[in-house]
Design a protein around this ligand. Structure first.
Ligand SMILES: [Zn+2]
Ligand SMILES: [Zn+2]
Length: 143
């Protein structure tokens, strides 16, 4: 991932530039796998021996609070991190455990991108979760 792109994204959200923020955000922008904090930490450790799990956790928390990342609670045993902040739906595959991006249904991306009211309530984030079998696992089963 181009360092300038990552730095630009941090600036866009009004965030200061630090090495861990650059490392973590680049990893997420390169790996669209909705990783957990542990996966991010373990993947970065090799090239960043001084990195601590707490730093990764705190950085992810901060980036999420600023809106630069989103957290998913589709899998009750893990919190997954998503760098794609455009509203979209997710499928959790019961076979391989991957979380796959899908388009939203029943609401436009434009509407879901901004707070809107529904029956007098203020909706700030739209999450659509599906559970099932991904295309790859379906193909394997059909063989
Ligand atoms: Zn699958
Ligand atoms: Zn996603």
């Amino acid at each position: 991932m181009n360092r300038e792109t990552v730095i630009g994204r941090l600036k866009e959200y009004g965030l200061g530039i630090t090495q861990p923020r650059i490392e973590i955000l680049s990893y997420l922008m390169e790996n669209h796998v909705h990783p957990t904090v542990d996966v991010i930490y373990e993947s970065l450790l090799e090239n960043n021996p001084g990195l601590s799990r707490t730093t990764v956790y705190n950085t992810v928390q901060l980036l999420t609070k600023c809106g630069a990342l989103r957290t998913l609670c589709i899998d009750e045993s893990h919190v997954n991190i998503d760098e794609n902040t455009m509203p979209h739906a997710h499928l959790l595959c019961r076979e391989c455990g991957r979380i796959i991006d899908l388009p939203l249904k029943g609401i436009s991306v434009e509407k879901a991108s901004h707070p809107f009211t529904m029956d007098g309530n203020m909706i700030e984030e739209v999450h659509q979760y599906y559970r099932g079998l991904c295309q790859e696992c379906r193909n394997k089963q059909n063989k």
